[in-house]
Design a protein around this ligand. Structure first.
Ligand SMILES: [Zn+2]
Ligand SMILES: [Zn+2]
Length: 108
């Protein structure tokens, strides 16, 4: 993933911590190169509690690595729709298919 701001490519990480920073911008995970970290108008999402930009975006949540605050990403994220009930399951049929597969594949 290149730097979101200047497009620089991350070089192979040397031993130790990468100087690149992970941050969140408009609720998407981005990488910031060492040069751009010095810029002050980074336009990154900040933690509502402590104002830190050290945020991690994961599965519909934004977590602050400074104070540990976790908030949900916007409600229109895919995670929300993924939680809605899907088509009705037919457990009996699934079991039959599974049993048939076992016979075909010689599983016991
Ligand atoms: Zn950059
Ligand atoms: Zn925070």
């Amino acid at each position: 993933m290149p730097c979101y701001r200047c497009g620089a490519r991350q070089t192979d990480p040397v031993r130790g911590a990468s100087p690149w920073k992970r941050a969140v911008r408009r609720e998407a995970q981005v990488l910031v190169c060492p040069d751009c970290q010095r810029v002050h108008d980074l336009d990154l999402d900040t933690c509502a509690s402590c104002g830190s930009i050290a945020l991690i975006c994961r599965l519909g949540e934004i977590e602050c690595r400074s104070c540990g605050e976790v908030r949900l990403a916007r409600a229109d994220e895919p995670l929300v729709t993924a939680c809605s009930p899907g088509p009705a399951r037919m457990p009996g049929l699934a079991a039959e298919v599974e049993a048939a597969l076992d016979r075909v594949l010689g599983r016991s």
